[in-house]
Design a binder for this molecule. Structure first.
Ligand SMILES: Cc1cc2nc3c(=O)[nH]c(=O)nc-3n(C[C@H](O)[C@H](O)[C@H](O)COP(=O)(O)OP(=O)(O)OC[C@H]3O[C@@H](n4cnc5c(N)ncnc54)[C@H](O)[C@@H]3O)c2cc1C
Length: 231
């Protein structure tokens, strides 16, 4: 049952007029025109991008909070989503282990480092089978799923709808695309960013590890991709 597929991520909702909305927010702060006049004043993408880069680089982040996006995420482990839910400016609706009782072998994700070792992989799968048997023993004995789930591992597969604004997505990309972040969440956040970039290519320079924006690495242990801050 265990599989090693990548996270499955789909962008399911985003504003149609993202760039113009942010541009209007940016210019409203510095213009005598009304926001709606500004909104209707231009379709010049280059002009809009130039202003947005200037405003965002100066830390005027409220302008990108107007953009809300939603992702449908599946085939990820509870260990992975536990890290994502630490981000406080997101909204989540996650598959419940109280209301959805596992029937037979539950789905799980095997970390690639374990998959690469055939012997450990076999032991891992066997162990998941043992957990599943005990889980079923508990539920068949009438223990509610909300208590039987106590034996389910971090590797258990889960799914969720996750929504956030663009400021938070950029923040998360900066942290979680860093090679210091754990592999699975890095893959998941990369898939979220890629899905949005596919529709809004202008976002590519923002949805990057923090070192690319900073021009240096501020981590204790650097992967070497960028010079350390001290250097
Ligand atoms: C590589 C890596 C390793 C990690 N290791 C661990 C670990 O070992 N143990 C652990 O517990 N966690 C760990 N974390 C999680 C980390 O401590 C944060 O909880 C998580 O990354 C959320 O980040 P955040 O607080 O910046 O972002 P968010 O919660 O997404 O918030 C975004 C920003 O909003 C602001 N903000 C939000 N809430 C507050 C607040 N209450 N007060 C002031 N400002 C606020 C901050 O500027 C914050 O950066 C790790 C994260 C990473 C990326």
């Amino acid at each position: 049952m265990g599989n090693n597929n990548k996270p499955v991520v789909h962008l399911i909702s985003k504003p149609e007029n993202m760039l113009k909305t942010i541009y209007s927010a940016c210019r409203t702060c510095y213009s005598a025109d009304t926001p709606y006049e500004i909104y209707n004043s231009t379709d010049d993408e280059e002009k809009m991008l130039k202003l947005i880069e200037r405003v965002v680089s100066s830390g005027h982040y409220s302008t990108i909070e107007h953009i809300q996006v939603s992702f449908a995420i599946s085939n990820v482990s509870r260990a992975c989503t536990h890290q994502l839910v630490r981000h406080r400016h997101m909204s989540f609706s996650q598959k419940s282990q109280r209301y959805v009782k596992e029937k037979g072998q539950f789905d799980y994700l095997i970390p690639p480092t374990i998959v690469r070792n055939e012997e450990l992989k076999a032991k891992f799968e066997n162990f998941m089978g043992e957990i599943s048997k005990f889980y079923c023993e508990l539920t068949e004995a009438g223990i509610p799923a909300e208590d039987a789930r106590a034996v389910l591992p971090n590797a258990t597969a889960t799914s969720m709808v996750a929504s956030l604004n663009l400021r938070e997505l950029i923040h998360i990309a900066n942290l979680r695309l860093c090679t210091r972040a754990q592999y699975e969440i890095r893959c998941m956040v990369k898939a979220m960013c890629d899905a949005l970039i596919a529709e809004e290519p202008w976002l590519k320079p923002y949805l990057v590890p923090k070192c690319e924006r900073l021009g240096f690495c501020d981590e204790d242990k650097s992967c070497g991709r960028m010079p350390k801050r001290e250097a």
